[in-house]
Design a protein around this ligand. Sequence first.
Ligand SMILES: [Zn+2]
Length: 81
Amino acid sequence: MFRHEKKLQNVTEIREALAQVQIWRRDKSHEVFCPICDAPGFEIIDRSARPYTEWYAVKCEKCGLEDAIAVPLCPQMGGGN
Ligand SMILES: [Zn+2]
């Protein structure tokens, strides 16, 4: 399952990774799973430094994923009309 490509490849993968970050934010003791290979122990590191954006470095030992994703600070998730 080791990928040559370490970065998240498309919107779907980024969305999956963000979903894991959301779970982790609610409960940091909760085990999160890699959005690519589904392996447990998906590593998320909070690198937020700016006032308007949260940054999370994500890493998976299993498939080699290593990337950083930004979470816009919106008061509500999803844009329901
Ligand atoms: Zn993985």
